[in-house]
Write a protein that binds this ligand. Structure first.
Ligand SMILES: Nc1ncnc2c1ncn2[C@@H]1O[C@H](COP(=O)(O)OP(=O)(O)OP(=O)(O)O)[C@@H](O)[C@H]1O
Length: 232
């Protein structure tokens, strides 16, 4: 899969609640370059998770458009969206343990991620798990059950698993939140490596400015709007 540009236009997301409405995102216009690494940064509640969920097609916007490559995913019917998500979007959730089978090693975790939904037969060739780990500099961790790895190692394996289907877009939610400085730097290096060597457009949600400075571009959110957008 080649890197996909990710675009959104006039994106707005409103949560309906008992007491009324909450505008989580308002008028977001963004184009992410294919194969770039991007940080979404901002205080708690500023809309980071909502934005990446919309960009990944995990949630539908209240209004506005989201494109992966040429496809407007915000309009697709559920089955077509499921296929796009499975083939083109890799997601690493905040806690690496939530992304991994604990007793299996990295190779089996990647194989499991490659099984995908049963509802369709995939058209594209999937990478060999050992080769993928090797490409990402993770070969030494390949055969170790993930519950025996350190937190930093587990996070890097979780990112490799998110890359199992060679997605055009890889999303990482707070990939360094539980790590020390040395492990944070290794994760940032891996995110950059995934964007350049695996040709994925990487989007990392983070609270950590030191993660952001290691990536190509930083998009800062505040109260649902973009307040700063800087290239490294
Ligand atoms: N399912 C939901 N229902 C109602 N409100 C929600 C829902 N999810 C998020 N919100 C609200 O929308 C706003 C944006 O939330 P979001 O999780 O996108 O922010 P965030 O920047 O990712 O925050 P954090 O850093 O704390 O994870 C917040 O005010 C939050 O309380």
């Amino acid at each position: 899969m080649n890197a996909q540009p990710v675009r959104c236009q006039q994106l707005r997301h409103v949560y309906q609640m008992d007491g009324g409405q909450l505008i989580a995102l308002d008028t977001i216009d963004l184009t992410l370059t294919p194969g770039s690494s991007n940080a979404i940064i901002g205080p708690s509640g500023s809309g980071k998770s909502t934005l990446v969920a919309l960009l990944a097609g995990l949630q539908r916007p209240t209004s506005g458009r989201v494109y992966l490559g040429e496809e407007e995913i915000s309009r697709l019917p559920e089955t077509a969206l499921l296929r796009i998500r499975a083939e083109q979007v890799g997601v690493a959730m905040q806690n690496p343990s939530r992304n991994l089978l604990p007793y299996a090693d990295a190779v089996d975790n990647i194989r499991f991620a490659q099984r995908g939904p049963r509802s369709y037969r995939r058209q594209t060739q999937l990478p060999n798990p050992e080769q993928l780990l090797d490409e990402l500099g993770l070969a030494p961790l390949a055969g170790i059950p993930v519950d025996r790895l350190s937190g930093g190692e587990r996070q890097r394996i979780a990112l490799a698993v998110a890359a199992a289907n060679r997605p055009g877009v890889l999303i990482a939610d707070e990939p360094t939140s539980q790590l020390d400085a040395a492990n944070r730097d290794r994760v940032v290096e891996l995110l950059r490596h995934i964007s350049t060597h695996l040709a994925a457009t990487v989007i990392a949600v983070t609270h950590d400015p030191l993660v952001a400075v290691g990536l190509d571009r930083t998009i800062q959110l505040h109260e649902g709007r973009i307040t700063e957008d800087t290239a490294a």
